[in-house]
Design a protein around this ligand. Structure first.
Ligand code: ATP
Length: 367
């Protein structure tokens, strides 16, 4: 175990930024802290770094309680958005900075910096100043600087927030490769769910200071712990239904609800990939009109309108769409292959039909 938080809380006066959070990070893991703005992600990261002291609970690094340990003694490298490179220092000096503080020998500093420049693809840039670098290069230098003293943990706060979309994509892939090569335990903060899904081994999802769920990208996508997670990670159809004689209904859709009493409301969620569509209007029970097709790369998102006016979203590949000869305005039939009761019933995954559920398509594609 590399890092552990036990029931950690942090208040700033009246504001509770983090409330009773517990989780642990394995040695060598790449973990994302994900959540909407103000969720408490940065505060958690700053408590691990030693920049904030918890109001309650304990932070442990490799089994040792570090609540009162100074930043310098924690052996942590960090890149925070507001910790820019030193403007008056070259790339070489920026990367060497932490080593000088630690009083490394000049020859060792030279070797270590050269090693990092090569590893990070920054050869030939060592004499440049930060203003002579691209945004992507600056971020790589910042990470090289954080890693130069060989920290046991690397913390990154929105590391790619300031660069444009294409460079951000390159940097994400680069970070995955770097982590694969170095295997330094890394925690990064992001509010971008696609970034978290693509880059990390596991994700911790925060909202309003609470930990909502921790799991692999696949777990949080396929088995969201609650409605907040279900809606935050990817697209989900969420319906509120009323129960009558063991059946929950909205418009023409019906789901069994044997455990709920008459008049009770339940909320049901299902992913677009759980909707099986047929171009034959009579193949499945429910009928609908294809209203809009959204092109998202190789996957398409489809919006269907039921006769009652209800809208549901489905997804499929371009090939499937072409094969079924679909286009906006056509009549189709559909069934919902699995769904989850989000509230008002026993929360678990339900299978509506006997058709085996295929694994969902790659998550970052048009969720
Ligand atoms: P963002 O994605 O916007 O950075 P976040 O999830 O990282 O958000 P935090 O920065 O941890 O959230 O903030 C959590 C809450 O704590 C917010 O309501 C914020 O206003 C509050 N907060 C954070 N730092 C302080 C501080 N130094 N003083 C007072 N309130 C603070």
């Amino acid at each position: 175990m590399s890092i552990e938080l036990r029931n950690v809380s942090k208040s700033f006066g009246e504001v509770t930024a983090v409330s009773g959070v517990s989780f642990s990070v394995e040695e060598g893991e790449l973990l994302a802290l994900l959540g909407p703005s103000g969720g408490g992600k940065t505060t958690v990261l700053r408590m691990i770094a030693g920049l904030e002291t918890p109001t309650g609970g304990d932070v442990l690094i490799r089994g040792n309680r570090v609540n009162d340990l100074s930043i310098q003694k924690r052996n942590i490298g960090f890149v925070f958005q507001n910790y820019a490179l030193f403007k008056n220092m070259t790339v070489f000096k920026n990367i060497a900075f932490g080593l000088k503080i630690k009083k490394w020998r000049a020859g060792d500093i030279q070797n270590r910096v050269m090693e990092l420049l090569t590893l990070f693809g920054l050869e030939d840039l060592e004499k440049r100043y930060p203003h002579q670098l691209s945004g992507g290069q600056r971020q790589r230098v910042a990470i090289a600087r954080a890693l130069s003293p060989k920290p046991s943990v690397l913390l990154l706060d929105e590391p790619f927030g300031a660069v444009d979309a294409r460079i951000r994509q390159d940097l994400r892939e680069w970070l995955v490769r770097l982590h694969h090569d170095l295997k330094v335990t890394t925690i990064f903060v992001t509010h971008d769910q696609e970034e978290a899904m693509e880059v990390s081994n596991r994700i911790v999802i925060f909202s309003r200071g609470h930990l909502e769920q921790m799991g692999t990208p696949r777990e949080v996508y396929e088995q969201p712990a609650n409605e907040f997670v279900a809606r935050f990670i990817g697209v989900m159809n969420v319906l509120e239904l009323e129960v009558l004689r063991g059946i929950a209904r909205i418009g023409e859709l019906e789901f069994p609800a044997p455990e709920s009493s008459d008049g009770a409301k339940i909320r049901i969620g299902f992913r677009p990939y759980a909707v099986q569509v047929s171009a034959d209007p009579n193949e499945f029970r429910y009928k609908a009109t294809l209203r809009h097709t959204f092109f998202l790369g190789i996957m398409l998102r489809l919006e269907f309108e039921l006769p009652s006016g209800l809208t549901i979203r489905a997804r499929m590949t371009k090939e499937e769409y072409a094969h079924r000869e679909l286009e906006d305005g056509v009549q189709v039939s559909f069934q919902i292959r699995n769904y989850k009761i989000l509230s008002g019933g026993k929360s678990q995954l339900h299978l509506e039909s006997s058709i085996p559920i295929e694994p969902p398509p790659p998550i970052a594609e048009g969720i």
